[in-house]
Design a protein around this ligand. Structure first.
Ligand code: NAD
Ligand code: ZN
Length: 348
């Protein structure tokens, strides 16, 4: 089959690779109809990935049709139209029974809990992808939900919802979203849906600010976003901040943007694994700080209902559609931000 594979920093190739096989009797194989590129893929592209492996298939956001199931798969069949959550769990531990796949105790480390980070779980920017524990790691796409909406829900929509939930946004509050990629754009939608009176959008890229404004954000284009947000909130700062970049500077900015007793919710994956937390500021301001990895399976039931009912529009982050063969060029365009936040490859 054809797939996008990683060969070193800024070296993604459209390659011929062996077709995936059923890993075991609980697994399935899915023919991918849509895959998308995420900010986390850009970490790998920059050579700041999660393993030293080379040649593996990249990508963790995909939907498709099941072509093969193992003998122990009970709830899925060949021909089912499914979305494949980016977070990978098992069918054996209690955390996964509760939908909290990011806390799965059978799988260890990022490379076993997400596709396309190493050779451990091959990625889904490919014609076919092997899905372990298919009863847990595929979700039937309900009638009325398009493939485009579903592919965004495999990660971005769910992650943004999870972070907005953990920011505990209450009606009438002000919320700052730092980083307006697919996750930040969606977080703007979610904060508004949860009743935020105002959502401030912060990103250096004008096109992303423009898109966030369409989502209803009040965009900050001042030199000093902290000063601007303070001014807009009567000198107080926002009630909550969602950090969707993944850098020391923006996590720090989030702590400064919120008012006393404010909440900071971090979604960005920071490659600095030893972030030095400004303990004194957090203590003096009585801040709440939440961070984690999204369990997509846990968030999906709510999001599918909101989307089906027309309250959420996951597709708004899609700006380009193109064949899988143009994937390497797509990475370059996304990296240089010459394109909008997201893009969907049709691999059929
Ligand atoms: P993206 O790369 O498309 O978007 C990031 C945005 O941040 C860009 O628009 C960029 O211009 C902006 N940015 C860069 N520096 C900034 C600054 N100083 N101030 C404000 N904005 C700045 O990424 P994405 O797909 O939206 O993902 C966002 C982050 O979330 C990534 O780090 C990704 O790895 C992470 N992520 C986390 C989870 C999770 O479960 N926690 C899941 C998926 C992705
Ligand atoms: Zn992702």
């Amino acid at each position: 089959m054809k797939a996008l594979t990683f060969h070193g920093p800024r070296d993604i190739r459209y390659s011929e690779v062996p077709d995936p096989q059923l890993i075991d009797e609980r697994a399935a194989v899915v023919r991918v109809t849509r895959a998308s590129i995420c900010g986390s893929d850009l970490h790998i592209y920059h050579g700041e990935g999660f393993s030293d492996d080379l040649g593996f298939c990249v990508g963790h956001e995909a939907v498709g049709v099941i072509t093969e199931v193992g003998a122990a798969v009970d709830r899925r069949s060949v021909g089912d139209r499914v979305l494949i959550p980016a977070s990978v769990g098992c069918t054996r531990c209690q955390a996964c029974d509760e939908g909290r796949t990011s806390q799965c105790t059978s799988r260890s480390g990022a490379t076993e809990k997400c596709y396309g980070l190493s050779t451990a779980l091959q990625g889904s920017q490919a014609e076919l992808v092997a899905v372990p524990d298919a009863d847990r790691n595929t979700v039937i796409i309900p009638e009325g939900i398009s493939d485009d909406a579903a592919v965004v829900m495999t990660d971005a929509t769910a992650t943004a919802w999870y972070r907005a939930r953990r920011a505990r946004i209450a009606p009438g509050e002000s919320v700052a979203v730092i980083g307006l990629g697919p996750i930040g754009q969606t977080a703007v939608q979610h904060a508004r849906l949860m009743g935020a009176a105002e959502v401030f959008g912060i990103d250096p890229v004008p096109e992303r600010r423009r898109m966030a404004a369409v989502q209803g954000a009040r965009v900050v284009d001042a030199e000093d976003p902290v000063a601007q947000v303070r001014e807009w909130t009567g000198g107080q700062g926002a009630h909550a901040a969602i950090e969707a970049v993944g850098a020391d500077a923006t996590i720090e900015m989030a702590q400064r943007l919120v008012r006393r007793t404010g909440r900071v919710s971090v979604v960005g994956v920071n490659q600095n694994k030893r972030y030095s937390f400004h303990m004194e500021r957090a203590q003096v301001k009585e801040l709440e700080f939440a961070i984690g990895l999204c369990s997509v399976q846990f968030e999906l039931p709510t999001l599918l209902e909101l989307t089906r009912a027309g309250r959420l529009d996951p597709e708004v982050v899609i700006t380009h559609r193109l064949p899988l063969s143009e994937g390497p060029a797509a990475y370059t365009c996304l990296d240089t931000k010459s394109w909008g936040p997201s893009l969907v490859d049709s691999s059929s």
